[in-house]
Design a protein around this ligand. Structure first.
Ligand SMILES: [Zn+2]
Ligand SMILES: [Zn+2]
Length: 291
């Protein structure tokens, strides 16, 4: 057997980098390409029950009380980001522009989803935890070649869920003035959480870092809303572990956001390079484009 074939066989029969504990050929690798399908959440196909007043999914009529008091940023993600140290957050209205706040994982709770809808979105927390845990370990330690695979749509929807929770709990601000929490495409947000195919053309994750940028691996999560003239949220700028992203929540208009022209739309892979090794964080997409 040739060396290339032997390597491919080893990858095919090795553990799948999506973290499923299956072998790759029975999971996300077809011998040529990696693909992790977006998870199915189904909030729109839940049986009718009731509407909980504070739940932002109440219009679906499938709420189950009580309200869940969930974390704005999933607790599992905060624990990953903080590691053994501290975790700080920036961009909140009660902080000065450059100020950061050290937080305990239990803090930053809000009441904006009922128990049922909170648990319906839970698979997104698992996807985000795996994404951030992989990214953080690659940034922290050089340990040879590593590879993790996530669905980009799940990371996008987790960021949307986080932005929505921050917005409706009045934790997003322009300067120090809290915003109303309305999104310009609010009527589509439930569809976008339900199914990645409902994201409008050009909406989604943009990586605003350039190849070769150094990353700081700071245990920090910053969320800054970008708003229109009515102060409705159109996008959020994110800085996570020193990586810069923008999550655009409406169709792309480059005249409005010229800095997105040069940004990497829905990156297919984040590559973390050390002098003697390289690690991959592959993000798979189902939008018919090449990434
Ligand atoms: Zn897999
Ligand atoms: Zn609900």
């Amino acid at each position: 057997m040739g060396e290339a074939r032997r390597k491919r066989e080893a990858v095919l029969n090795g553990p799948c980098p999506c973290g499923s504990a299956k072998v790759a050929r029975l999971c996300c690798f077809n011998g040529k390409e990696w693909h992790k399908p977006a998870c199915t959440l189904g909030p729109k196909s839940l049986p009718p029950s009731s509407s909980v007043a504070k739940c932002y999914m109440k219009e679906l009529g499938s709420c189950v009380a009580p309200i869940s008091g969930e974390h704005i940023i999933s607790e599992s993600v905060i624990r990953v980001l903080m590691g053994d140290g501290e975790f700080s957050i920036g961009g909140l209205p009660w902080l000065a522009p450059d100020e950061e706040k050290i937080l305990a994982p239990q803090s930053l709770r809000t009441n904006c989803l009922c128990t049922k809808h909170n648990s319906t979105l839970h698979p997104l927390d698992n996807a985000a935890r795996y994404f951030f845990a992989s990214l953080k370990s690659y940034l922290e330690r050089e340990e040879g070649m590593r590879h993790a695979l996530v669905s980009g749509h799940d990371v996008e929807r987790w960021l949307l869920k986080t932005a929505k929770a921050a917005a409706v709990s009045k934790n997003l601000a322009r300067g120090r003035t809290p915003l109303s929490g309305a999104f310009s495409w609010d009527s589509a947000i439930l569809d976008m959480l339900d199914d990645p195919r409902h994201w409008p053309e050009g909406a989604g994750l943009y990586c605003t870092m350039n190849a070769g940028d150094r990353m700081s691996n700071h245990p920090r999560f910053q969320l800054q809303p970008l708003t229109n003239a009515q102060e409705d949220i159109e996008a959020v700028a994110l800085n996570i572990l020193g990586l810069g992203f923008v999550l655009l929540l409406e169709p792309l208009d480059v005249d409005k956001y010229p800095f997105l022209r040069g940004a990497n739309y829905r990156p297919g892979r984040i590559i973390i390079s050390y002098p003697t090794s390289t690690s991959w964080l592959t993000m798979s997409w189902e939008d018919g484009r090449t990434h």
